[in-house]
Design a protein around this ligand. Structure first.
Ligand code: ARG
Length: 466
């Protein structure tokens, strides 16, 4: 059988690479997933070459038919990828040229350097759109869980110590806010992904009269006002992977947010908190302890954050010492980028599904939120309203808390006399601050966990996400 050499070696090389070299250098095992985008780029490039007179109509048609036939075969799983052809670009070009002689003209004024930059940008554009949809689903799951448990109060924590009461929904909406910022960052990055590098050639463009604007328009590289977006420096265009770094950085922050949500769920499912119950489908058992139900999905969501952060560091490290322009090192960008996209998309989807299958334990939440100590600050505010400076009020309430501890009574069970023994400023109405419902009704600043405010925020998000 005749050996197939990569087209890139055809003229100058006397010998093919050894098997070890081929294996070390190939990227087809992972970049084949770019095939749709590679074919799309080639279809448009062919169209443009026809427009400027490099391809005759019949040649253009033959290339288009050939590429579409190859696409159908890949789709059907019938295409044979050849590792000896290194990467997705050369596999597709070689197969096209084998079938259609005009395929040999397709690489006119195009290098794998601008081709791979194009494919990555096209692929990432799609991926961002899909990821944004995943994030919106997760936001909706958070809002729904909040709505379903709109009356539930839990302690809010600082330092993982009980601090002040909050609506459970308020806690969930904190994540909706974080995820919204993530969406904004992805969209912002999208505008820098959405720039067409084709026409940059290997490094220095081409002497042929390519129509870059035509290509950019056909591939949808236009801004919000419909203006074509072209890279403005051919050297930058073939060596730039900033858009991938930005995506990985934004994704790392998203992963951190998902990890924190996962951690809250892990805490909440423990017997110590017992605030929520995750459906069996999203938990796993222990191989040894029959009673265990472990929040493995949440733990993996938290754990996978490590690789997403690692991918960002790997990409930055990959770029830091590169001389201009394209260097083969850049082939190492793909697995990091793919892994980041795959990981954050799967995690976002799983977290949404898990939340849709999570039930809140109202009794346990009520018991925890009913701890009167959570309203100690409200008692200080009471004294402030009587004219006492806050620092003094803080001190006085501290003494009240100490007294409650000494006498073994909960704060709200102290008598009027007990309070008076600490400070004469306390009136008979002082213990009224421990009415939790009333306390929550008073927290009506914008962004506060008050009854009306949280309802308003839930309604705002419901409207915004639908
Ligand atoms: N497989 C290569 C990559 O992923 C494609 C570009 C190769 N270009 C080159 N001049 N060797 O980066």
């Amino acid at each position: 059988m005749k050996k197939i050499s990569p087209v890139s070696r055809s003229g100058r090389f006397a010998r093919d690479p050894g098997a070890d070299v081929a294996q070390f250098t190939e990227s087809i095992s992972f970049d084949r997933r770019l095939w749709r985008h590679d074919i799309l780029g080639s279809l448009v490039h062919a169209e443009m070459l026809h427009k400027i007179g490099v391809l005759a109509r019949a040649e253009r048609n033959a290339i288009v038919h050939g590429l579409k036939a190859i696409a159908r075969e890949i789709e059907a799983g019938k295409f044979r990828w050849k590792p000896e052809l290194e990467d997705v670009h050369m596999n597709l070009e070689a197969e096209l040229t084998r079938r259609v002689p005009a395929g040999a003209k397709l690489h006119t004024a195009r290098s794998r350097n601008d081709q791979v930059a194009l494919d990555l940008r096209l692929w990432l554009r799609d991926e961002i759109v899909l990821l944004l949809a995943d994030i919106v689903h997760l936001q909706r799951a958070l809002v729904s869980l909040g709505e379903k448990n709109a009356d539930v109060l839990i302690p809010g924590y600082t330092h993982l110590q009980r601090a002040q009461p909050v609506y459970f929904a308020h806690h969930l909406l904190a994540y909706v806010e974080m995820l919204e910022r993530d969406c904004e960052r992805f969209w912002d990055g999208y505008s820098r992904v959405n720039v067409c590098p084709l026409g940059s050639g290997a490094i220095a463009g081409s002497t042929l009269p390519l129509d870059r604007v035509f290509v950019a328009r056909l591939l949808g590289f236009v801004n919000a006002s419909g203006q074509p977006q072209l890279t403005q420096n051919s050297m930058d265009a073939v060596s730039d992977r900033d858009f991938a770094v930005e995506f990985c950085a934004t994704a790392a922050l998203l992963a951190v947010h998902l990890s924190r949500l996962a951690e809250d769920l892990i805490l909440w499912t423990s017997a110590e908190f017992n605030f929520v119950k995750i459906a069996d489908a999203y938990t796993t058992g222990s191989s040894l302890m029959p009673q265990k139900k472990n929040p493995d999905i949440a733990e993996l969501a938290r754990g996978k954050t490590g690789r997403v952060i690692g991918n960002l560091v790997a990409l930055l490290t990959l770029l830091k010492g590169l001389p201009m322009t394209y260097n083969r090192d850049l082939q190492e960008d793909k697995e990091r980028l793919f892994d980041t996209a795959d990981t954050v998309r799967a995690t976002t989807q799983l977290m949404a599904a898990m939340l849709r299958n999570t039930k809140v334990n109202h009794a346990a939440c009520a018991a925890a939120a009913g701890d009167p100590a959570l309203l100690a600050t409200d008692l200080a505010d009471y004294l402030v309203k009587k004219g006492m400076p806050f620092r003094q009020a803080h001190h006085v309430v501290g003494a009240v808390v100490a007294l409650a501890e000494e006498t073994g009574k909960p704060l709200n069970r102290l008598s009027f006399a007990d309070l008076q023994s600490v400070d004469k400023a306390f009136g008979r109405d002082a213990l009224g601050v421990f009415n939790l419902q009333r306390a929550m009704a008073k927290r009506n600043l914008t962004g506060a966990p008050g009854t009306k405010e949280v309802a308003k925020q839930l309604a705002r998000w419901r409207a915004q996400l639908s």
